[in-house]
Design a protein around this ligand. Structure first.
Ligand code: XLS
Ligand code: NI
Ligand code: NI
Length: 450
């Protein structure tokens, strides 16, 4: 291993060494069974396809607190009395974790990395100091930043939103945060910059001027884009759709809503989508659906790889360990030509009850193995001509003749009517859903050498 395994003089994950690929026969919970970074699938290595990232917030900042009780974890990196010392310890623990896990990327919010100060200037200085440290750690370990973002939803000042806040003063504080977070992202060589619309939405429609708030959001994003480009940010700006929580209704409801918004405001050239699995399911869709909508629009930017709980109506942010989701998702991602410069960010947290230090590794290893299996199985399905032929044949009536003329926009409504009037009742074409599902199961169960 060329990468140093721990940073500074404290080892935060003692007893856990470099996680290696041991193959499907291994029964070591701290080894990869399927994720072999160098294995080539569909012309690229697994590492290049999957571009895994660990998120800072759930993994290093959360303690397991929920609305009914405090945290269940008291990590060594969260104990120092001074806030800056805590930030530094946390960074060292994080870079040790990233390196041992062997992921190429990480992601952060401004106030995950540094603590918020008492003024705009103090917050900026705290962040700058931590960015300098993170830059050193990146150079030492070879880690890269997938994306940065700003937390504009935790501080009580953002209770009514950030860029959509009815109070202009709050909008300026949001702008100050985005400016500093963009500076940090550029300094760390981030590939993308994310806007998750934390509290951009409403709880009471009757006290809200939605038209004005949405205009403010578009103006804010435009100014953020202009500032980013002016400091040399060449990456992608990403919007992360979510339909609800914390607000009753969030403006970035789902992929199609955001696509319409970006196009309406002329932002689709600089912005793409960061699709989170659990947000798609909260919107009543599947993970693969929102991926497909983004991909169809040419706007699939990156992925927050997690999952919800089918019985719960909130963002449980569980690790993405359901193989079907990963297979269906990777089918879309492969079809779209991949995620680069985006990646698969584990916006996921171990359960409150999973309190061993090794559980953090086990959860990420499971997520990485699930997506690696998803990749191999999706590639195997995609190279089975039965599915592609079925799909092609389903639309064959548009390939020539009048169907083709319709696709080309050459037939008016009256002409379409005349074609109908001159023909018999349309042929019944079976959707063959069960056949498609069986075919996918065949690949899940072994046609793919996983
Ligand atoms: C919350 C979001 C958040 C974003 C980053 O639901 O998923 O974690 O990914 O602000
Ligand atoms: Ni997310
Ligand atoms: Ni989320």
């Amino acid at each position: 291993m060329s990468r140093k395994v721990f940073i500074g003089d404290t080892e935060y994950f003692p007893g856990i060494s470099q996680i290696e690929y041991e193959g499907p026969e291994s029964d070591n919970p701290l080894a990869f069974k399927s994720y072999d970074p160098n294995r080539v699938v569909a012309g690229k290595t697994m590492e290049e396809h999957l571009r895994f990232a660990v998120c800072y917030w759930h993994t290093f900042c959360a303690s397991g607190a929920d609305p009914f009780g405090p945290g269940t974890r008291n990590h060594a990196w969260a104990r120092a009395a001074d806030a800056m010392d805590r930030s530094r310890d946390r960074a060292d623990a994080a870079f040790e974790f990233f390196t041992k896990l062997n992921v190429p990327f990480w992601c952060f919010h401004d106030f995950d990395l540094a603590s918020e100060g008492a003024s705009v200037a103090e917050s900026e200085n705290n962040l700058k100091a931590m960015v300098d440290l993170a830059k050193e750690r990146q150079a030492e370990t070879g880690m890269r930043l997938l994306w940065g973002t700003a937390n504009m939803f935790s501080n009580p000042r953002f209770m009514n939103g950030a860029s959509t806040n009815p109070n202009f003063e709050v909008v300026t504080w949001a702008a100050a945060q985005v400016k500093a977070a963009l500076d940090a992202t550029v300094e760390l060589g981030g590939e993308s910059y994310v806007f998750w619309g934390g509290r951009e939405g409403y709880v009471c429609l009757q006290n809200t001027d939605t038209r004005r708030e949405l205009e403010h959001m578009a103006t804010f994003l435009e100014k953020a884009r202009d500032y980013g480009r002016s400091i040399g940010f060449e990456g992608t700006f990403l919007i992360e759709p979510k339909p609800m929580e914390p607000m009753k209704h969030q403006y970035d409801f789902d992929a199609q809503t955001v696509i319409g918004f970006l196009r309406h405001h002329g932002l689709a050239g600089d912005f793409k989508l960061n699709i989170e699995a659990n947000h798609a399911t909260l919107a009543g869709h599947s993970f693969a659906h929102d991926l497909r909508m983004a991909a169809d629009a040419g706007l699939l930017g990156s992925v927050d790889a997690n999952r919800g709980d089918p019985q719960n109506g909130w963002d449980t942010d569980q690790f993405p360990l359901h193989l079907y989701d990963c297979v269906h998702g990777m089918m879309v991602i492969l079809e779209a030509g991949g995620l680069q410069p985006g990646g698969l960010n584990f916006d996921a947290k171990v359960r409150r009850e999973s309190t061993d230090l090794e559980d953090m590794f086990i959860a990420h290893i499971g997520g990485m193995d699930s997506f690696a299996r998803g990749l191999v199985i999706a590639d195997s399905i995609r190279s089975d001509p039965r599915l592609s032929d079925m799909l092609k044949n389903r639309y064959a009536s548009f390939d020539s003749g009048d169907g083709k003329r319709f696709e080309d926009g050459e037939l008016g409504l009256a002409e379409l009517r005349d074609i109908a009037a001159a023909s018999a009742e349309p042929t019944q074409l079976s959707g063959k859903q069960e056949l498609v599902e069986n075919l996918i199961n065949d690949h899940m169960a072994g046609r793919a050498a996983t």
